[in-house]
Design a binder for this molecule. Structure first.
Ligand SMILES: [Zn+2]
Ligand SMILES: [Zn+2]
Length: 209
């Protein structure tokens, strides 16, 4: 089945884009999937963008540990959390007094924010290598869980890309998104979205060593 199940919904919710656990460390299109959603919600729905990675060519506010309050006060916000586990480690015990982060209780404030998206008209898009890399307290607030895989066409059929660096012969790529909950599938061409971010950026962690 082909459908645009999340585009144009206009409903604020929490999305998470991730790869299959057997595909660890393979460029599976999770970040470009989040960027596609971001561009849609920014351009079509007029959302104000916050992001923890650098974006090119669009107006946005860098997300820092100090602007959770600002997001909650922003009407119609979109927040991108690339590599969510770099912000909250998957085994963190979410507590208001948690001292593991560069700001006291950051994990607790983050979880509170994710819980308030509908009330405050916020869309969040997180990415993680696998769903299991997202901390439990956030997994349970995700309304849209999207598995991402990268494909190319070989001899007329779709083939999954198995390595991080694809050979030139792959030509145009397609990202396959599978909705974890209902199995719905969507394909899109990622090429036009790559220019909006730097895929080589290393996401800065927010945790004390
Ligand atoms: Zn914590
Ligand atoms: Zn490829």
């Amino acid at each position: 089945m082909y459908s645009n199940w999340y585009i144009n919904s206009g409903e604020s919710m929490n999305y998470i884009f991730f790869g299959r656990s057997c595909d660890l460390n393979i460029g599976n299109g999770k970040t470009v999937s989040a960027i596609r959603l971001l561009m849609h919600e920014h351009l079509i729905l007029g959302k104000t963008v916050f992001s923890n990675i650098k974006l090119n060519g669009i107006e946005y506010t860098p997300f820092t540990p100090d602007n959770i309050g600002e997001i909650l006060e922003t009407e119609n916000a979109f927040v991108l959390f690339d590599e969510i586990h770099a912000i909250i480690p998957k085994n963190d015990r979410i507590l208001p007094g948690c001292k593991k982060h560069i700001k006291l209780g950051l994990c607790y404030d983050m979880v509170q924010m994710f819980r308030q998206v509908r009330k405050n008209d916020i869309t969040t898009a997180s990415t993680a290598q696998t769903f299991g890399d997202c901390v439990y307290q956030l997994r349970v607030v995700m309304q849209q869980m999207i598995i991402c895989e990268k494909f190319h066409i070989e001899k007329g059929v779709f083939r999954k890309c198995e390595t991080d660096k694809c050979p030139e012969s792959h030509g145009n790529h397609f990202i396959k998104q599978t909705n974890y909950r209902n199995g719905e599938i969507l394909y899109f061409e990622p090429e036009m979205f790559y220019k909006f971010y730097d895929s080589n950026e290393i996401v800065k962690g927010w945790n004390k060593l």
